[in-house]
Each structure stands twice: as structure tokens, then as C-alpha cells.
Design a protein around this ligand. Structure first.
Ligand code: SF4
Ligand code: SF4
Ligand code: SF4
Length: 249
């Protein structure tokens, strides 16, 4: 069987999702039995302008100037997968969508340099049709391997639970962060990760997005009243990875 030609492309991101794969070891090496990487910036210097079976896109769409590159990838790829929170929902980059003076705050006197010109941080699906999204910051590498293995077999189905992370946490018998004097976004966070953060004693920050119709105002109230966060911190906390889920973005 011919190997599936795959290319990894990055836009506004930290490239941490690519690094997750290069650090994964044996499961990623096994994947290479059926997959031929033809472009993968963190692991090889070759680039391609040829047709691709699967394009994996990391990072947000945050510059109009990137639209043409995205459209070219879409034209060449049979399947487009947006992986990681930045690509799937805007991720942490979307925090700037709530702040008018972010360019000055980050770049100071350099803020007007042309290559720093950017707009709202949006998911890749805002620019081109995306066939599959793999959420998470970083994306769950086991989930990535599972979906790519299914794609190779031509049977990919992305299962997205409709319930919050609290369900997985309770199922695992994990001590609730609120019972430990902490805070957590689990009640509104979209499950699917099996709640590793509370299990490790740290709050869930909803890196996979939010459940449908999440009551974010109520969540902020809980962060203030039960998590003992200030009003400002509750607001920024509740947007950490989900700023584009807010109606006021
Ligand atoms: S999703 Fe997270 S780890 Fe992946 S590129 Fe974006 S910021 Fe980096
Ligand atoms: S630790 Fe977080 S995810 Fe787990 S039950 Fe408590 S609020 Fe929910
Ligand atoms: S527990 Fe929350 S922050 Fe941690 S991986 Fe799952 S969704 Fe992301």
C-alpha cells in the first residue's frame, strides 16, 4: 500500500503541537510505516508544492496575508486537519481579541512594523474548509495518532463528547480542585481528555474548548465565590483558551 503523503504547516502558534509529535517516540515512529511526511518544519528542511493527501495545520488564522497560503494548502490537500487549540478555535492567541492595545503592550515602539500587523486570532476554519479538528493545548498526541490511523484506513470519525470535564473527573474518582481550596473550569470545559489536569492536582483551563451553551457568567461567579479569584482574574481565567467562545470577542 502506498504511504499517505502528509504535510505539517504552521501559522500563528508556538509549534508546541508539532513538538508533541516529535517527542512522542515509538507511536509516532510506528505511524511512519503508513505515513510519508513531505513537509514538517520542526523535523525536516524539505518543503513541497505538490498535491498532499493530508495537510495538518497548526496555529491560528490571524493575518489576512496568510489567507492565500491557506487557500493554496486547501487546493493541494485531499483532507485538511486543524490540530491544536490555536488552529481549532483560536486558542490562547485569541486573548488579544479582547484587548485593543495588545500590539503596544507586547511590542512597544515596534508595534507598527509591517510584519507584526495582525487581526483577530481566528480558527483556521474562518479562512478555509476544515475536514477535522483536534482540540487541546497542546493537542492530545494519542488522539492525533488515533485519528491519523483512521484517516490512513479511510474511516476517520472524530468523537467529540457533549459533556464537561467534571464527568471524567468524577468517573476517575479525582479530588475536586474546589474541595482542595483551588479553582477549576471543569464545569464548562469540553471533555475528551480524561481530565489529566485535576488528576495531577492542577485546575482544568478548558484547553479543548467549552461545552455547547456553557454558562460562562455563572462560571465566572463560581471562580470568584468558590475559587476566591478576583473579578478581573476570573474573567481572564475563563478566557484562557476559549476567548473566541465569548460573544463579546
Ligand atoms: S495549541 Fe497550544 S501547544 Fe499547540 S501550537 Fe497552540 S499554543 Fe502551542
Ligand atoms: S476538579 Fe474541576 S473538573 Fe474535576 S470535578 Fe472539580 S470542577 Fe470538575
Ligand atoms: S483537563 Fe482541561 S486543561 Fe487539562 S487537558 Fe483536559 S480540557 Fe485541557
Amino acid at each position: 500500500m502506498a504511504k499517505v503523503k502528509c504535510a505539517w504547516f504552521d501559522f500563528a502558534s508556538c509549534e508546541g503541537c508539532q513538538i508533541e509529535l516529535t517527542n512522542y517516540g515509538e507511536p509516532f515512529v510506528q505511524l511512519l510505516e503508513n505515513v510519508e511526511p513531505v513537509e514538517f518544519r520542526e523535523a525536516m528542511s524539505e518543503k513541497t508544492t505538490e498535491p498532499i493527501d493530508v495537510a495538518f495545520i497548526e496555529g491560528s488564522f490571524t493575518r489576512e496575508a496568510d489567507r492565500r497560503r491557506l487557500e493554496d494548502i486547501r487546493r493541494r490537500a485531499s483532507v485538511v486537519v486543524a490540530y491544536g487549540a490555536c488552529a481549532a478555535c483560536g486558542g490562547i492567541n485569541a486573548l488579544k481579541n479582547h484587548q485593543d492595545d495588545y500590539a503596544e503592550a507586547v511590542y512597544g515602539d515596534d508595534k507598527d512594523r509591517p510584519h507584526l500587523n495582525s487581526q483577530k486570532a481566528l480558527p483556521i476554519s474562518a479562512a478555509i474548509k476544515v475536514d477535522y479538528e483536534i482540540p487541546g493545548c497542546p493537542m492530545d498526541k494519542a488522539e492525533f495518532i488515533r485519528i491519523v490511523t483512521q484517516l490512513v484506513k479511510g474511516t476517520a470519525k472524530v468523537y467529540v463528547p457533549s459533556y464537561p470535564v467534571c464527568m471524567e473527573c468524577k468517573r476517575n474518582g479525582t479530588l475536586c480542585r474546589y474541595d482542595d481550596g483551588d479553582h477549576c473550569l471543569g464545569p464548562v470545559a469540553l471533555a475528551g481528555c480524561n481530565a489529566p489536569c485535576p488528576a495531577a492536582g492542577i485546575p482544568c483551563e478548558a484547553c479543548r474548548g467549552m461545552v455547547k451553551d456553557a454558562n460562562q457568567d455563572a462560571m465566572e461567579k463560581v471562580l470568584i465565590e468558590n475559587g476566591e479569584l478576583s473579578e478581573q482574574r476570573a474573567k481572564t481565567k475563563s478566557r484562557m483558551f476559549t476567548a473566541n467562545f465569548r460573544g463579546d470577542a
